[in-house]
Design a protein around this ligand. Structure first.
Ligand SMILES: [Fe+2]
Ligand SMILES: [Fe+2]
Length: 268
C-alpha cells in the first residue's frame, strides 16, 4: 500500500512545447471564459469535485490502457491494431489535463487520496497471453469504454457553456476509437479461444458490469440526498435520472448486446 494524494505536475519548457505540438487542441480551448459570479458556493464545490474525480478516472483509464497494451503485445495481436491502441494512453493523459484544468477554472481541484498499487485489477497471470488480453480488453474496453462513450456524448449534449462543451467534445472524439477497438480485438481473438476461455472472459465481463451496477446504486443514493441538477446548467453535468436512464439503455445496446452477439455468455 502506498496511499498518496492524486496530484500531477508538468515539467514545462521544451517537454511541454513538444506535448502541446502533439495536441494543439488543448491550448485552443476557450479557457478563462467561465463567469462564476452568481454560482452558489455549494454548486461550485460539487463541480470542482466532479471534474477532479473525472481527472482521476481518466488517469486510471490511462493505467488500464497501458495494461491492455502490454497484453496485446504479449499475445502478438495484429500490429496495426496494437499501433492504433498505442495512441490511447496519450489520449487519456490529454483527458486528465482537460478535466484537471476544468477544476482549476472553477477554483481548483479537490483532494483525492488513492493507492497507486491498486489502480486496476490485472489479468490472471496464469492464463495464456491471448486470454489475458481478452480479459483486459473485455473489462476495460468492451464494458468500461464502450459504456462511457454514450454517457460522455449525453453530457456533451447537455453542456451549454463553450468551455465544457469543447472539453467534452474532445474527449468524446477520442473515446469513439477506444470504444470500437475492444470489439475489433474480440473478433480477431475469439476464433482461437476455447469454450472454457470464452466462459472465463464472460465471467470477467460480468465482474465489470456488476461493478458498474454498484456505481449506479451509489449515484442513485447521492442524487436523492442532494439534487446535483443545480450544477447542471453552468457547469455541464447531466441530470442524474437522465444519466441513469441513458446508462441503462447503453449497457444493453453498447455492451451486453454486442458481447452476447459474439457468443460471450453473460449472467450479470
Ligand atoms: Fe478518456
Ligand atoms: Fe478512453
Amino acid at each position: 500500500m502506498h496511499p498518496a494524494l492524486f496530484e500531477l505536475e508538468m515539467l514545462g519548457g521544451g517537454f511541454e512545447r513538444r506535448y502541446r505540438k502533439m495536441r494543439p487542441e488543448v491550448e485552443a480551448m476557450p479557457w478563462g471564459t467561465i463567469d462564476l459570479r452568481g454560482v452558489p458556493e455549494a454548486t461550485l464545490i460539487l463541480a470542482r469535485k466532479s471534474w477532479t474525480g473525472a481527472a482521476f478516472q481518466e488517469h486510471r483509464t490511462g493505467v488500464a490502457c497501458c495494461a491492455t497494451l502490454r497484453a496485446l503485445m504479449e499475445c502478438r495481436a495484429p500490429l496495426d491494431l496494437i499501433a492504433l491502441a498505442s495512441r490511447f494512453p496519450l489520449d487519456e493523459m490529454v483527458h486528465v489535463e482537460l478535466c484537471a484544468r476544468m477544476a482549476m477554472e472553477l477554483g481548483g481541484g479537490t483532494e483525492i487520496m488513492h493507492d497507486p498499487d491498486i489502480m486496476v485489477v490485472d489479468a490472471d497471470a496464469s492464463r495464456a497471453p491471448i486470454v489475458r488480453a481478452a480479459e483486459l480488453v473485455v473489462r476495460f474496453f468492451c464494458v468500461g469504454e464502450a459504456l462511457s462513450i454514450p454517457l460522455l456524448r449525453g453530457t456533451w449534449h447537455a453542456a451549454r457553456h463553450p468551455l465544457p462543451k469543447a472539453v467534452l467534445g474532445r474527449i468524446v472524439k477520442d473515446e469513439a476509437a477506444h470504444g470500437t477497438f475492444g470489439f475489433t480485438f474480440l473478433d480477431w481473438a475469439l476464433p482461437t479461444l476455447s469454450p472454457e476461455d470464452i466462459a472465463y472472459v464472460g465471467a470477467q465481463a460480468d465482474r465489470a458490469i456488476r461493478a458498474i451496477y454498484k456505481q449506479w446504486e451509489a449515484l442513485k443514493k447521492a442524487a436523492r440526498r442532494d439534487d446535483t441538477q443545480v450544477a447542471g446548467d453552468a457547469l455541464a453535468w447531466m441530470q442524474s435520472d437522465a444519466y441513469l436512464a441513458l446508462a441503462r439503455r447503453s449497457m444493453q445496446e453498447k455492451v451486453k448486446g454486442p458481447l452476447t452477439a459474439r457468443g460471450i455468455p453473460l449472467s450479470a
